[in-house]
Each structure stands twice: as structure tokens, then as C-alpha cells.
Design a binder for this molecule. Structure first.
Ligand SMILES: [Zn+2]
Length: 121
């Protein structure tokens, strides 16, 4: 694939219960030319025991493919926790839209501070 993974910002399309389901969903996305990966959250280094093959697995795509991927997998646009960031100035929960993710910054509607997403992650 010609995509340079390291430079992409990945966003969660859907959480799957287990790696097999997640891989299947990721394959469906890849079949539609959407770069996708299935990522299992690991807790420290004890992931084999805390997560195991039945843990929650996140299917991720580059953020610019998010809408397309959701549509493809028929995922409803949620009040997605992944879209919510905490303003470092006033600690409000702010829900970002796609434009803000893509541009890499937002202006906090509560305290009017311009926040760079790079500072948050
Ligand atoms: Zn704020």
C-alpha cells in the first residue's frame, strides 16, 4: 500500500467484541479501498491476560475516511466519545467535527482559546 501509516491520524469507526470480528470488518473496509486496521487495546504488558482474544478491539481508519467507513459498515453517527476532547484551558468537554479534526485545531466555545490537537494527544 502506498499509504504512509505513520503520518495518518486514525479514528475509531467501531468497536468489535473480539479480534476475529474486528478483522472481518477491517477487511470489508480494505475491500472498499479504505485503509483499515484492527487494534486491540492493551493494558500495560499484561495484555494477553487482561484483553485476550475476546477483549474489545477497535477498528480504525484514517480520520479522512471516517464518514465513508461508517457508511460502509452502517455505523450510526454517534455522540462518539472519540470525538470529544477536553479543553486544556477550561476543562470543558468539546465535541469536534470532522473539519476541526482535519485542520488540527479548534477554538473552544466555552473559553475561546485556540487549542492545537497536537497538544492534546
Ligand atoms: Zn476552553
Amino acid at each position: 500500500m502506498g499509504v504512509q501509516m505513520e503520518e495518518l491520524t486514525w479514528a475509531t469507526v467501531i468497536e468489535a467484541n473480539g479480534m476475529i470480528v474486528a478483522e472481518m470488518l477491517a477487511e470489508r473496509l480494505k475491500a472498499a479501498n479504505i485503509p483499515a486496521q484492527a487494534i486491540q487495546e492493551s493494558v500495560g504488558s499484561t495484555f494477553a491476560f487482561t484483553g485476550g482474544p475476546l477483549g474489545t478491539v477497535y477498528v480504525r481508519v484514517p480520520v479522512q475516511y471516517l464518514d465513508e467507513a461508517r457508511e460502509l459498515l452502517d455505523v450510526e453517527e454517534p455522540a462518539d466519545e472519540d470525538d470529544i476532547v477536553v479543553c486544556p484551558e477550561c476543562e470543558s468537554d468539546i465535541e469536534l467535527d470532522d473539519t476541526e479534526w482535519e485542520q488540527g485545531w479548534f477554538v473552544c466555545p466555552v473559553c475561546n482559546t485556540r487549542v492545537s490537537l497536537d497538544d492534546l494527544f
